[in-house]
Ligand binder design. Structure first.
Ligand code: IPE
Ligand code: IPE
Ligand code: MG
Length: 228
């Protein structure tokens, strides 16, 4: 079976999962964290080399302060709790997103995690926090200017090298849960030729069996990249 090198997941539906049970949204986010743990392990076991999980977008700051605060607190707890788990599994951690506007404690924790797992040789786990594809592309363009590139030097390779995913292969399989059929500003450049897999399941209900189903579906696809 052909295993995608890079799997990206838009983990959506935590709020609805909680609402269905008459619970506050944050309980959905907590259940979502447990799903992350299961999927990390399942993806690594399946032989995926890069797993990018969309946890918080640049647009998610628009949510009520209470929810944003709770999400940040949860993230902080998660980062500390999972340090040794990632290390044990040989997984490398990478923060995908902008440091600007992020609480400094979380940035420090993510840096610690990146450094502590830098020598691991297993799957790389890219956690997209404060991530927005448009912001990523705008900052890449800005860097070209700051580095005084000539207009003829600003090509696809130049931009790609300045994305937060520099050096990471393009997305092969993009999964979105919760029944929405949209990209929501996630890895637009990197998913140019990604295979899309949408499921109605809400993120906390997405488990290893569902990941396997997505991988099997991917293995049946014929990719052409514009050729014949
Ligand atoms: C996805 O779940 C997680 C984040 C965006 C943090 P949502 O919180 O968007 O859940 P729904 O879409 O409202 O159900
Ligand atoms: C996308 O979910 C962002 C994350 C999963 C982090 P949203 O819930 O923010 O997306 P929209 O608003 O439904 O497009
Ligand atoms: Mg949502």
């Amino acid at each position: 079976m052909t295993v995608p090198t890079h799997v990206a997941i838009i983990m959506d539906g935590n709020g609805r999962w909680a609402a269905q049970r008459g619970w506050p949204r944050i309980k959905g986010h907590k259940a979502g964290v447990l799903a992350v743990e299961r999927i990390l392990e399942a993806a690594a076991d399946a032989g995926v080399q890069h797993l990018s999980l969309y946890a918080f977008s640049t647009e998610n700051w628009k949510r009520p302060a209470l929810e944003v605060g709770a999400l940040m607190a949860l993230l902080r707890m998660y980062l500390r709790m999972f340090l040794h788990k990632l290390a044990k599994k040989g997984i490398r951690f990478h923060h995908l997103g902008s440091p600007e506007g992020m609480p400094s404690g979380i940035l420090a924790d993510m840096k610690t995690l990146e450094e502590a797992t830098a020598k691991n040789t297993g799957m790389t786990f890219h956690l997209a926090v404060n991530y927005g594809s448009r912001l990523e592309l705008a900052q890449a363009a800005r860097r070209c200017v700051e580095e005084s590139l000539r207009p003829d030097q600003v090509d696809e390779a130049a931009l790609q090298a300045r994305l937060w995913t520099a050096g990471v292969p393009d997305v092969d399989l993009l999964i979105r849960t919760s029944g929405e059929h949209r990209i929501s500003n996630f890895l637009l450049w990197q998913s140019a030729y990604a295979e899309l897999y949408m499921t109605d399941l809400l993120w906390p209900d997405f488990g290893p069996a569902e990941l396997r189903a997505a991988l099997e579906d991917y293995a049946q696809r014929e990719r052409r990249f514009g050729g014949i």
